[in-house]
Design a protein around this ligand. Sequence first.
Ligand SMILES: Cc1ncc(COP(=O)(O)O)c(C=O)c1O
Length: 573
Amino acid sequence: MSSSAITTTMSIPRPDAATAATSAADPFDTALISRLIKEYHSETGGSAPASSGPSGSLGDFSGITPGGSPPPVHPSIPAPLDTSKKESPAHYAFGEPNPDSWRLKGLRGEQLDPYPGGAQDSHSAGDGASYYFLPDSREPARATVPTYSVPDAGLPHFGSPFAKAGSPLAGFDVEKVRRDFPALHQKVNGRDLIWFDNAATTHKPQSVIDAISLFYERDYSNVNRAAHALAKRATDIYESGREKVREFIGAGDADEIIFLRGTTEAINLVAQTFGRQRIRAGDEILLTTMEHHANIVPWKMLSEQTGANIRVAPINDRGELLLDQFASLLSERTKIVAITHVSNALGTVNPLQEVIALAHAYGIPVLVDGAQSTPHLPVNVQALDADFFAFSGHKIFGPTGIGILYGKREYLESIPPYQGGGSMIEDVTFSKIIYAGIPQKFEAGTQDIAGVAGLAAAIDYVQGIGLSSIAAYEHELLEYATAEIQGIPGIRQIGTAASKAGVLSFVVNGVDSEKVGTYLDEHGIAVRAGHHCAQPSLRRFGVETAVRPSFAFYNTRQEVDVLIRALHQLPKR
Ligand SMILES: Cc1ncc(COP(=O)(O)O)c(C=O)c1O
């Protein structure tokens, strides 16, 4: 297995002096090192040595080697160095680089012995692999996540009620798709389970379950931090997952993809980094009425911390954004627009192209909450020109605990990290931290590596079907269900936008939403009943709660029929 695919901005090279001296790729990251040296000198009051390039710069490291004047902040550094006392805590109480470390020796062009105790050079672990201590090559990671059987969009059509020859649905076979989802084939309360709670979370195809199991069974390791075969595999899985997400949302660069717990964490990250850095008292944060709490609360918290004001673009009686009013709320005070792509409570698909163009006309960046769009619609962040975009793995048939933030490079590079810890640094002392580049800067600590394996498999799965087929199928299912529900007396739909995705919220006259939810559960039908973490959306329609069936591509017209029959028989108690 080759490791050349590994991309990392952790640019500490494996200590191989021969390569270091000759490599045109500058494996010792001299830019970083000269920065370190300059920073060290400015900290200690010394003058920064002139860098003479990759192989010459180390000779000038006198400021921290025994020959130089003793650094004032580290009086205990001995001179001359006793190389037998490597990394003595007493010597390096502030955690400054050990002047005798292989890293600095390498910088000085000295011959390195990375394993002075005689340990074997494990550059190769015996299987031909060389591991991740590689120069920071920009070569994209190769996908090594195993691929699994996914529905073949080219298969003959076996009975989708919607497919017409030549349509995106030709070849889409819902019964075949359903066979990939083990959880769908169970009884609940004595009835076949009907999963209409997809806006809350989705079930997982076998390929996703297998990808996670396989990772734990075979490839499990932490990433990046060890020179062994499993670390290499785990790192490949992790980084190829990043590349898969990049391609999935049409980002230009995998470095712009940050793995996080989900949409909520992604929005909090932007609020607490971009927001704390750039938003001041009197500035404005523009949201819309139809946001999920995950795209309200972090901004409200920020406004309380900074004195900035929240402005809210209104929606009409169908649940559509009033674009002219949105435009009229934009001003030089607006510092960010944060908007959902698809409303989780109303199903509205927002006209993002127009929203973003309007905001950009004022130079205002836009964060898009993609939690409800990525499972249902093709997304291309570059075509949209979104500045930030977030989504959650569990809503797109992947695991919980994993999601992503996309951010344009210029933003991600200029905002501070969100959390501190391991894996997100280039260098640590007790007096100064140098952060890693993006995306590592935002990925402190051990990440959900299995989650990335599962997310990558989920993306493979939906791409195997095709987002256009998914969107077309769900659209027809929603239209069918909408027409049917309108025929039921006493039901009022909440959210009737012209452009909708997969959500059919409603209230029943005289019956609590929670009671309707419980009643449907008795029929094996799982729906959400409550405020859907979108209280302002529902209050816009004068209700506190609603019942929300929400559809995915594995739902069927027959399941909708069961729902409609049950609702016709709902006791008005
Ligand atoms: C539109 C929207 N945004 C954000 C979220 C939060 O997602 P998560 O809980 O996965 O962070 C949700 C979840 O329901 C959502 O529907």
